[in-house]
Every structure is written in structure tokens, then in C-alpha cells.
Design a protein around this ligand. Structure first.
Ligand code: SAM
Length: 167
């Protein structure tokens, strides 16, 4: 029987991320969640990947988070930058870029070989309403059904996060 562990919020989910590991956030925006990941997961490397369409936002994030020695910023689409990483490079990633079905499906499949076997793939917005968020559940469940991941974790918040084990 599949047992899913439920956390009250994503910050408590981050406590299971191994400390001192290599992680990435796909979709960073203002860097609010990146700060939580830095503080709770204490990665030795945190790759922040975002197109940052607005220069001002990119500069603001760079100013605040760029000063951390663990942070490496990639101003690029997830699809472009993925080739820069060796296979099984990441211990964990957090997927929160474009939420359309096609994009989530693509990110989960593209980054699958880049995450270590048994590594963690976490992601945001596991819900099915709203104009821009219709794709996450379908994409995640299809990747699980295809044997790429095991569904492990969920948060019980308004905008839930999910957690998968990379198979
Ligand atoms: C929902 S926001 C991320 C929020 C952030 N993870 C947080 O919780 O604080 C989504 C971000 O993904 C970025 N984005 C959208 N499509 C992308 C793509 N294909 N590649 C990289 N970044 C993308 C957007 O620029 C935006 O900043």
C-alpha cells in the first residue's frame, strides 16, 4: 500500500531535505521560497533557475541572494539550462516554474536524469483550478504512472506542495 506523508506546509516538508546537499529551485520569482530553502535545507549549492523576464526583479534577487556563497543564479529557461548539469547532479530540486501541463510534464521529465536516484523532487501548486495552474496534478501523476517517480509527500495548505522520490 502506498503511504503518503502529509506535512502542514512546505517549510515543514523542507525539513526532510538532507542538509549540505546540492539542490535547485526551478522558478524563483522574488526569491521568497529560495530563502526558506536556504535557511531550512542548508544546501551546499543552491541553483536558482528563472527567466526573470523583468530586469528589476532579477537585479533585486541578485542583490539579496547573490551574496550567499551557496547560490548560483541561472537566468534562463529550465529547458535551456538543463544541459549544463551532469546526470545525477542534484540531490533534490523544487519545481515551480511554468504551471501549464506541457511545461510541468517537460520539467519533470527533463530533470529526472539530473536528480540522483532516490533523490527528492518537490514541487508547488498541486491543485487543479485557476487559469494558470491546470497542469500540475495531471503531469505529476502521469510521471508517477510512467515509473519515473514514487509519490511520497504532500502538504495540506491552500497551495499544496508535493514530494516525489526519483526512481
Ligand atoms: C510561481 S513563480 C515562482 C515562485 C517561487 N518558487 C516561490 O515560491 O517564491 C514562477 C516563476 O517561474 C518563472 N518561469 C516561468 N517559466 C519558466 C521557464 N520556462 N524557465 C524558467 N523560469 C520560468 C517565472 O519567471 C516566475 O518567476
Amino acid at each position: 500500500m502506498v503511504k503518503i506523508r502529509v506535512f502542514p506546509d512546505r517549510e515543514s516538508l523542507y525539513t526532510i531535505i538532507p542538509k549540505g546537499a546540492i539542490g535547485a529551485e526551478l522558478g524563483v520569482q522574488r526569491g521568497r521560497n529560495a530563502r526558506a530553502l536556504l535557511e531550512i535545507a542548508k544546501p551546499k549549492e543552491l541553483h536558482l533557475i528563472d527567466i526573470w523576464a523583468r530586469n528589476r526583479m532579477f537585479k533585486a534577487v541578485q542583490e539579496v541572494l547573490g551574496k550567499y556563497r551557496q547560490v548560483i543564479m541561472h537566468r534562463a529557461a529550465t529547458l535551456e539550462v538543463v544541459v549544463d548539469f551532469d546526470d545525477e547532479y542534484f540531490d533534490w530540486i523544487y519545481v515551480d516554474a511554468d504551471h501549464a501541463y506541457k511545461s510541468v510534464n517537460r520539467d519533470l521529465r527533463l530533470y529526472h536524469p539530473k536528480v540522483k536516484k532516490n533523490g527528492l523532487v518537490l514541487g508547488h501548486d498541486f491543485f487543479n483550478h485557476g487559469r494558470d495552474h491546470m497542469g500540475v496534478i495531471k503531469a505529476v501523476l502521469e510521471c508517477v504512472a510512467d515509473g519515473l517517480y514514487e509519490f511520497m509527500y504532500l502538504t495540506s495548505e491552500r497551495w499544496p506542495s508535493y514530494g516525489l522520490r526519483r526512481l
